[in-house]
Design a protein around this ligand. Structure first.
Ligand code: NDP
Length: 282
């Protein structure tokens, strides 16, 4: 019988812990933990993400500074804005909501954020440290997945882990975290020749592809742990993951639902990272 990994409940527990730590921080240093959230233009999905992030800040007592910048802002103006946040002592972490408009070079903007304010864990220094197995700020979604495995006492060391997806912000850091936790890791992507065969080897299967119900029951080993990072809309507009949940769950020992699985953990880990940047800057 499969068990559901309840990301919503776990996120609520973690947020209570973070709230307590944020309070201790305020008492000790006499200042708030400050997170800057920068959004450019009017992407409706981004607006929802930003709203949720600001709400999460309120919930845990982190002071958010939201900047809604116009769609037609120039590269230079945006750079100046970010540079001002970098030197602003009230700001511990800087988050630039992606995607940025087409005329903006996102890489150049993100490179302005120094490692100690990089709450997303996207910068070269943080990624490099992750690869070296050193303490760093880690990308929120994969870090949230590791917390889920940990809290449900799911062993990782010595297990075969398969990560489907190799993006710089999800798949690659996910693979690195699993490797650092002593799993034997395979990373699959769009050029993988026999995806089904690779997935069938997985004791732990983590999927971050962005294709609704891509992983079907015949691709999953009996008793596997399945973590579904994907967030898609099905043909009825309903939120669904990359895994065909209803059929796949019957083969699993543990599985994450969508919604209510990895999603709530991502924003919680952002709060965790914001607190971590504040602590590291003291
Ligand atoms: P990207 O589009 O950046 O990466 C997708 C990856 O999937 C790529 O590595 C791509 O391979 C691979 N891929 C695409 N098609 C196939 C295929 N047919 N077979 C095997 N691999 C394939 O997406 P992200 O990593 O940013 O996000 C992945 C999913 O996770 C999305 O649904 C996104 O919405 C969701 N997400 C959810 C979050 C949450 O909080 N729950 C947070 C972040 C993302 P290649 O490299 O060869 O192109």
């Amino acid at each position: 019988m499969y068990k559901i990994i309840d990301g919503k409940a776990l996120a609520a527990d973690m947020r209570a812990d973070i709230k307590h730590s944020v309070e201790l921080y305020r008492n000790e240093y006499g200042r708030d933990v400050g997170l800057a959230v920068v959004m450019v233009g009017e992407n409706s999905a981004s607006a929802i993400y930003v709203r949720n992030k600001i709400k999460a800040c309120e919930e845990v007592g982190i002071k958010s500074f939201a900047y809604y910048l116009p769609q037609d802002i120039s590269q230079e103006q945006l750079k100046e804005h970010i540079k001002a946040l970098v030197t602003d002592d009230k700001i511990d972490g800087i988050l630039v909501q992606l995607p940025l408009p087409d005329h903006i070079c996102a890489d150049e903007i993100l490179r302005l954020i120094p490692a100690e304010k990089d709450v997303d864990g996207f910068c070269e220094e943080n990624i490099g440290k992750l690869c070296l197995g050193e303490k760093s700020i880690v990308s929120c979604t994969p870090n949230g997945v590791m917390k889920m495995l940990e809290r449900y006492n799911i062993p990782v060391a010595g297990k075969r882990a398969v990560v489907v997806g190799r993006s710089a912000i999800v798949g690659k850091p996910m693979a690195m975290l699993l490797l650092n936790a002593d799993a034997t890791v395979t990373v699959c992507h769009s050029k993988t020749v026999n995806l089904k065969e690779e997935c069938l080897n997985a004791d732990i299967l983590v999927v971050a592809v962005g294709r609704a119900k891509k992983i079907t029951a015949d691709m999953v080993k009996e008793g596997a742990v399945v973590i579904d990072i994907g967030m898609n809309r099905d043909k009825n507009g309903k939120l669904c993951g990359d895994v065909d949940y209803e059929k796949v769950k019957e083969k699993c020992s543990y599985i994450t639902p969508v919604p209510g699985g990895v999603g709530p953990m991502t924003i919680t880990m952002l709060m965790h990272n914001a607190l971590q940047t504040a602590v590291m800057r003291r």
